[in-house]
Structures are given as C-alpha cells and as structure tokens.
Design a protein around this ligand. Structure first.
Ligand SMILES: Cc1cc2nc3c(=O)[nH]c(=O)nc-3n(C[C@H](O)[C@H](O)[C@H](O)COP(=O)(O)OP(=O)(O)OC[C@H]3O[C@@H](n4cnc5c(N)ncnc54)[C@H](O)[C@@H]3O)c2cc1C
Length: 400
C-alpha cells in the first residue's frame, strides 16, 4: 500500500517540504510514497515583496516544478483536519467537498495579519499581507491622483513599525511622488507603540532606521497606539487625530487558523510547538512548518521567526523528516544558527545585519544590491528540473 504525505499550503515552507520529501523518497530508490500538496493556487506568492508596486507579478508558477519532481497538486482549501481518522476535508475550486487521507500531514498554511481587533480597521484600513489585499492597496494608491488635493489624500499612515511597516513606509515617499507628482506635499507617518523608531531592534539597526526616516521625511509617532480607524483617518489612544485616506495595517500577524484544530500547545501567535524533527508535540504523524511552527533554531533559546528565511529551511527539514519517518530513515534535526536581516529602506538603500544581536554589516547601495538578489532570486523556486531541484531541497544544501 502506498504511503501518503499530505502537505497543506504551497508557500515557501509547503513548496520546499514537497520537494524535500520527494528527494528523500527518490534517494531511497523511489520508494512508494505519494506526495500531495493542497493549496488554493499552484503558485508561490512572494509575500516579502508585497510592499512593492506591480504586486500581481510577484508570483511564480509551481506546476512545472511539481510535475518534474512527481508531486501531485490539488487546487483547493483545507477546512478541517481530522486527527483521529488521519484525513482532511477540503473544497476544490468549484466549491465541491472532498476528503484526503494521510500517513503524514505537513501543515504549512502560513499566517495572516489580524485586522479584527481594533475598531474600524477591518472596514477602513488596507494591508499588504496577501496578494489580493496588497493589490487593493496598490489600486487605491494609484487612485489618489484622481482625488481632489487635501491633507488626508496626501497622508499615508502606517500602523506598526516592525519590518513590514518599515519597508512599506520607506517605499511610500517615492511611490507617492510618482503618483501625485513631485510638487505634492505628501506625508508618511508610522504609528509605533515602542518608545523609538525600531525600538525592538539593536541600537545599530535602530540608528539606521532613524537616519533613513529622517532623510526620506518619514515621520514616526512613537509611544502611540491606534484607538480606531475610520474613512477619514486614525484616532490615537491619547486622542490625537491624523487625517488620512490611506491607513495601512501591519501588526498582529497570526498563524493560520488550522493550527487551532490540532490539540497541541501553541505560542501567542498560534504557532504549534514542534520538536527538533518538526513533529507537533503529541502528534508524531503531524509536522508543522514555516509560519505555523514554533521551532527552536539552536540550543541558545532562539526560535524561528515568521520569515521566509526560516520558512524555507523549516520546509526542507519538515519534508525530509516526514518522508524519513515513513522510510525508516534517521530524521535530520532542524538547526538554523545563522540569522540575518535585510531591510529595504526605499530610496535611502537598505540595511543588512547578521546575528540575533543584529550587527549592521552593510548599508545603502551595497545592502540594496543584496536585498534585490535575495528577494528576486534566492527565495524564488528552483528551476523545474528534477536533479537541480532535489539538490537544492536537501536540508543541508548551502543556504543563509
Ligand atoms: C509584506 C510582507 C513582507 C515580508 N517581508 C519579509 C522579509 O523581508 N523577509 C522574510 O524573510 N520574510 C518576510 N515576510 C514573511 C514571509 O513572507 C513569511 O514568513 C513566509 O511567507 C512564510 O512562508 P509559509 O510557507 O509559512 O507561508 P505562506 O508563504 O503564507 O504560504 C502559505 C500557503 O498556505 C496556503 N494556505 C493557507 N490556508 C490554507 C488552507 N486552509 N488550505 C490550503 N492551503 C492554505 C496559502 O495559499 C499558501 O500557499 C514578509 C511577509 C509579508 C506579508
């Protein structure tokens, strides 16, 4: 009887999990394992670039790659996980319901920004979390040019000064100039709960963020929290009001809701606790990977972040270990000691740091070149060529 590995999600983690499982099965004389991915689209959506324009182009097709590596793709959405019967319920693109059994389940259904907990955010704010919502934001920004000049039209408020908020904010002065003309008096305001711009980062990185903000004219409202958002702007908890037609929400990222269907410990963001082999605690037949996994990266207490840097490697280890557990092969414990960040800072350039203490190694144009090569080459899927794809899917293949 052929064994079934079922992967939910075709993002960075799901795609690499599929390739890595197929690689190990192939290495073990193509033993009888079926590898199936269920996801709404057979494409990798390059979420780290969603602050850019032309967002609809930031996808990469996966069917040729899955065909070349013997991975089956089912287009649809998983609604329920039945851990007792080892099966999932899913709906195809026509809305028809199906069941799919598994011997090993790899949950790789990613994350989403939560817009429901502050008044007016769901109705009036934009986000750049998913392709569809980022496309709505882009269309709205373009439409500003047709609206009458006003302070609200010319002001964009970015709620949250984490990496996503910073990259979006630094991109906006240039974007707004292109849309509204260089004479328009535009404002970009970041609303941040912390006491300084980038206060949750190292001092070195923070200073770079402050320098770039000053040079680009990006304002920060620090020690500030959003009370509510409406059609004409943002009200802060201290009563201050910022008139704006464009409020962008970047905080409160949560793991996919499917994690709640598995009876296992989860962290504050809903990520499932996993052991070193990425098996969900208490469920040897379920692996969690990418943004749904709370996984230790080393023995020093560091854990994977919701980044594609971690999702790619987590995916490779999860796929490998799911296949290993069916093949009777030793698993490979997940390790990712190296942690880097590369943050786009718009026309200022970029900044590249190394280590969990975020030592700044490159800035400005040098870092920008690296950023471009990371987001336009390194994180894209491999060529649809079996040998090359399997080589890269090896969890121990060189990676950052
Ligand atoms: C604006 C933005 C900027 C970012 N910038 C960076 C950056 O600079 N560097 C960095 O490293 N990371 C960055 N990230 C984070 C990075 O994009 C994520 O960590 C990464 O995408 C996680 O990969 P994943 O495979 O776990 O999830 P995803 O890439 O989100 O993929 C999830 C997959 O699961 C599918 N799915 C979801 N629900 C279901 C379901 N019910 N049934 C079936 N399929 C389902 C989705 O369609 C998708 O295919 C950024 C994210 C955003 C939004």
């Amino acid at each position: 009887m052929r064994k079934q590995i079922l992967i939910v999600g075709a993002g960075f983690a799901g795609m690499w999990a599929a390739l890595s499982a197929a690689r190990l099965a192939d290495k073990n004389n193509g033993q009888a394992i079926d590898i199936t991915v269920i996801a709404p689209q057979p494409e990798l959506r390059v979420r780290p670039r969603f602050y850019e324009s032309h967002v609809e182009t930031l996808v990469s097709p996966l069917m040729p790659l899955f065909d070349a590596t013997g991975v089956t793709f089912l287009r649809g959405t998983v609604s329920d996980i039945h851990t007792d019967s080892r099966s999932v319920s899913w709906k195809d693109a026509n809305g028809e319901s199906h069941q799919h059994g598994y011997d090993r389940l790899i949950l790789a259904s990613g994350s989403h920004v939560n817009r429901s907990f502050i008044s007016g955010v769901a109705e009036h704010a934009f986000d750049l979390d998913q392709l569809e919502s980022a496309a709505v934001l882009e269309k709205h920004l373009q439409s500003l040019a047709k609206k009458p000049e006003s302070e609200a039209r010319n002001t964009v408020v970015v709620c949250g000064g984490g990496f996503t908020g910073i990259e979006m904010a630094m991109e906006l002065p240039g974007r707004l100039r292109d849309i509204l003309g260089s004479n328009a008096k535009t404002r970009v305001v970041v609303v941040e709960r912390g006491p300084q711009p980038g206060s949750r980062y190292s001092e070195e990185l923070r200073n770079v963020v402050i320098d770039a903000s000053n040079e680009l004219g990006v304002e920060w409202r620090v020690n500030a929290e959003v009370e509510s958002v409406d059609a004409t702007g943002v009200t802060l908890k201290d009563g201050q009001r910022i008139a704006s037609s464009t409020v962008i929400w970047t905080v409160g990222v949560q793991a996919s809701d499917l994690t709640a269907q598995i009876d296992a410990p989860r962290d504050r963001q809903g990520r499932l606790h996993v052991d070193a082999n990425l098996q969900v605690v208490g469920h040897k037949e379920i692996f969690a990977t990418g943004d749904v996994a709370y996984a230790a990266t080393d023995d020093k207490g560091n854990h994977a972040l919701m980044t594609c840097q971690h999702a790619i490697l987590l995916g490779k280890f999860a796929g490998n270990n799911a296949a290993a557990s069916l093949l009777g092969v030793e698993p490979s414990p997940y390790r990712q000691e190296m942690y880097v960040t590369c943050l786009d800072l718009g026309a200022w350039g970029a900044v590249y740091t190394e280590g969990w203490d975020q030592q700044v190694k490159l800035t400005r144009e040098e870092a920008k070149k690296l950023k471009v090569s990371i987001v336009s080459e390194l994180i894209y899927p491999p060529k649809a060529e079996r040998t090359a794809a399997f080589e890269m899917a090896d969890p121990y293949a060189p990676f950052v």
